[in-house]
Design a protein around this ligand. Structure first.
Ligand SMILES: Cc1ncc(COP(=O)(O)O)c(C=O)c1O
Length: 390
């Protein structure tokens, strides 16, 4: 008997395919053909966590009592560690019980927030270019996605005055992300204060995705949206150990702020996951509450890479702002050059893989994004190949 073909659900079939999935396949083919590929496309830190963090993991894993289930949303001590981090770093006081929920990496929470609070037809405002799960989560929840273009003319901040009163009234959720992926732009406390006032006046939730606040250069210190008085009533901020502590594969993050958002997200998650591996939490607590001095040296490594990449791309005729935060360089190609064709051509001709800006939304057309999460010598080699190809 012939077996029925499995068709994915319509809600999944309606989604665009994940860009990096296709790219990974292409890169695997090139590597199999002997090409020396240098990946500067994904924002994946290449450096390891601090040794004391890995030691804490090992020690905890050796303890026979640390292998059972843990609460979805994180054990109390893990949530306390985030409260400690926010207090020390931003002077923001958080109640670990009601204002923090642990996440299996922030991507999980970013996606699930929409399922937890967005009803069909609700407006969700998302930055363009932006991190794809803001849009995908909203679409899965049946929300109406409305893009907020981020342009060089506006220093890659959404133009809040361009949002009509009707749109703001219908908005349930606004996504922001500073320091920004992919543009490397940063936002001031003044801008955050304007956003909070808008949310208070219109009754929507602001979700601020903030994985890059601890990767900054040239003396810049990134603020938290939660520093704005009253923000906790209308905002939730997503954070993660992935970038700050070089722990992308560990899948540990948190959402902090609005008790209603934290409660809804936690309630949804209690139906989906069954908590974390406790040794991951123990090591994460060590990372969040332990010595932070090593981050200065780590950021210096990224800073050196940033300078190499920016200089090389400018030399190759691209327009590039020097980013003061995050792990990306956002480069404008010469007029008329397609980002998709450029990235594809560069990969085929030189083995250097970068991300075309259009992957992040239509306003990313004409740009490419390069990640600094590549060993410095490989990154130098990549830039010399770009120079030869230009
Ligand atoms: C803007 C942004 N948000 C969230 C994430 C996901 O981080 P995590 O590893 O915590 O899921 C990333 C990762 O690249 C990111 O760039």
């Amino acid at each position: 008997m012939e077996r029925a073909k499995l068709r994915p659900a319509d809600r999944l079939a309606a989604l665009p395919s994940y860009f990096f999935h296709g790219l990974n396949q292409k890169i695997a083919r090139l590597k199999a053909a002997g090409v020396d590929v240098i990946r500067m496309d994904m924002g994946s830190p290449d450096l390891p966590p601090a040794p004391f963090v890995v030691e804490a993991l090992k020690k905890s894993a050796d303890d026979p009592t640390r292998h059972g289930y843990t609460p979805s949303g994180g054990a109390p001590a893990y949530r306390e560690a985030w409260a400690h981090f926010y207090g020390r770093r931003f002077g923001v006081e958080l109640d670990a019980q009601t204002e923090i929920v642990g996440l299996l990496g922030s991507k999980e929470g970013v996606f699930n927030l929409a399922l937890a609070i967005v009803n069909p037809g609700d407006v969700v405002l998302v930055p363009d270019p932006g991190y794809a799960p803001y849009t995908i989560g909203a679409r899965m929840a049946g929300g109406e996605v409305v893009s907020m273009p981020l342009t060089a003319g506006n220093r890659f901040l959404p133009d809040l005055r361009a949002l009509s009163p009707d749109l703001l009234r219908r908005a349930k959720l606004m996504w922001l992300n500073y320091p920004n992926n992919p543009t490397g732009a940063v936002a001031s406390l003044d801008f955050f204060a304007r956003v909070v006032r808008l949310a208070q006046a219109n009754g929507f939730l602001v979700a601020h995705d903030a994985p890059y606040t601890e990767i900054t250069y040239d003396g810049y210190r990134a603020p938290s949206l939660l520093q704005i008085p009253g923000a906790k009533e209308v905002c939730v901020e997503f954070n993660t150990l992935s970038k700050t502590y070089n722990m992308g594969g560990w899948r540990v993050g948190a959402a902090c702020g609005s008790p209603e958002a934290v409660l809804a997200l936690g309630a949804l998650k209690s139906h989906i996951d069954s908590g974390f591996f406790q040794p991951l939490l123990d090591a994460s607590i060590a990372a969040l509450t332990g010595d932070q001095a090593w981050l200065i040296e780590r950021n210096e490594i990224y800073r050196e890479r940033r300078d190499i990449v920016v200089a090389a791309l400018r030399e190759a005729g691209m327009q590039v702002d020097m980013p003061t935060a995050a792990i990306y360089v956002w480069a404008r190609l010469p007029d008329g050059v397609s980002d998709e064709k450029y990235a594809d051509g560069l990969l085929e001709a030189t083995g250097v893989s970068v991300t075309p800006g259009a992957v992040f939304g239509p306003s990313g057309r004409g740009y490419i994004r390069l990640s600094l999460g590549t060993p410095t010598e490989r990154l130098r080699e990549a830039m010399s190949r770009v120079a030869r190809w230009a």
